[in-house]
Design a protein around this ligand. Structure first.
Ligand code: NDP
Length: 232
């Protein structure tokens, strides 16, 4: 299967790429700066030179995404999975009275409009059998778990869950599985050192969902990385 993952240069995105490669898939690893590789990405590039393709992909750049889609189409490439992983957590714990609206706008641009741009331009390539469209969401996007603080993050993830449901209905007849996945509180740059979950563990769960080893039985497709339903 061919997977395209956004924000694949570090954190969860890189772990999903590593797990997919280990399972024999081909990965188009989207990143803002493909020439700037950390140690793990360099090691993977060397080990999987034929299966790991690092592509320039800034999710705020619609023309760039359209060009990437056109290049892939011209090369006769298809996709089996798109993982919208790139996101930012800005204005953390900021009271509403002090909220920087530019940070809110940036969060929408990356966390919500990014996956929308990916859907708009890349869905026509998602033609492989048992295809998936995965939005990496967060428990912060659940109305049940709503907390005052992290306003842009929680609101963009809640909206992302709506996009998931809209696309789930749109793509049902094509056999494309669409999920919002809460990956757990993970030890990454975003999650911090105190986080209990190793992002590798989340990546394994997400790959099991993608490979349909785990098929959640939930009315809405908002699940955690083990496939259990998340509260809306
Ligand atoms: P990190 O902050 O560690 O990594 C974020 C990734 O997003 C980086 O690869 C970054 O690229 C990329 N990115 C940011 N902006 C853009 C952009 N404009 N275009 C392309 N890529 C971009 O986050 P995590 O790995 O922890 O998070 C991954 C996903 O999991 C996110 O969707 C997050 O919301 C979600 N999540 C994380 C939790 C956690 O505990 N960590 C908890 C719940 C959900 P660059 O290197 O260029 O900055």
């Amino acid at each position: 299967m061919n997977l395209l993952i956004t924000g694949a240069g570090r954190g969860l995105g890189l772990e999903i790429a590593a797990e997919a490669l280990e399972r024999g898939h081909r990965v188009f690893a989207g990143m803002r700066n493909p020439e700037k590789k950390n140690a793990k990405l360099s090691e993977l590039t060397a080990r999987y030179s034929d299966k790991l393709i690092c592509v320039r992909l800034d999710v705020t750049d619609e023309d760039g995404i359209a060009d990437l889609a056109a290049d892939m189409r011209r090369s006769g490439l298809t996709l089996g999975t798109i993982v919208n992983n790139a996101a930012v957590l800005e204005a953390r714990n900021t009271p509403i009275e002090q909220l920087d609206m530019e940070a809110v706008a940036r969060s929408f641009d990356i966390n919500l409009f990014g996956p929308m741009r990916a859907a708009k331009h890349l869905l026509p390539l998602l033609t492989e059998k048992s295809a998936s469209f995965i939005n990496i969401s967060s428990e912060a996007g659940s109305l049940t778990n709503a907390y005052p603080g992290d306003y842009p993050y929680g609101i963009t993830k809640a909206a992302l869950n709506m996009l998931t449901e809209q696309l789930r209905r749109y793509l049902k007849d094509r056999g494309v599985a669409v999920y919002s996945v809460h990956p757990g509180w993970m030890k990454t740059d975003m999650g911090g050192e105190k986080a209990p979950t190793d992002p590798r563990k989340s990546a394994i769960g997400i790959m099991d969902l993608i490979e349909r080893k785990v098929v959640p039985d939930t009315p809405f497709h908002f699940v955690d990385y083990t496939g259990n339903a998340m509260p809306i």
